[in-house]
Design a protein around this ligand. Sequence first.
Ligand SMILES: [Zn+2]
Length: 181
Amino acid sequence: MSACALCSSSEKVSVYEVMPSSSFPNEITLCQNCQDQIDRKTAVQPDYWHFLADAMWSEEPAVQVLAWRMLNRLKSESWAADLLDMLYLDDELSAWAKAVGDEDEPVPVTVHKDSLGNVLNHGDSVVLTKTLDVKGSSINARIGTVVKNIRLVDDNAEQIEGKIDGQLIVILTKYVKKQNG
Ligand SMILES: [Zn+2]
């Protein structure tokens, strides 16, 4: 089987049907990661989708339609909005692309980034870049403290949660640095 028609990955690829069916061929090869995000089985990770800058120029109608849909969901990101401006679909394709309503619900941007702009994920370890004053507690949150296995606060890109001294506290992303490895 060939590579993913969107990201070119050759891992876990399978045939994907672009819905709803239309007069265009609607079966394309996609990797699991792309499929899961398209089908909303996992959260859309905006930074994952930069390959759309290439994929959107595909000659396959189904690929153009998926690129258009994903760019619409990501259009609160300026790079995606820019690409969307360049992606022209003729009337028939445009109607197919719009059939599922992605343009109506852009993904809210809740990308969590550390003080240096590195993207943070669930389960990462971070280092405090500032000594935190945790009100009403004796938690020792000194600069340099490592916080393992962080959780991202879903609707607030500036907050993560992590345990210090065994207690779960909210930490502002601007006061942490991602720990590599
Ligand atoms: Zn893919």
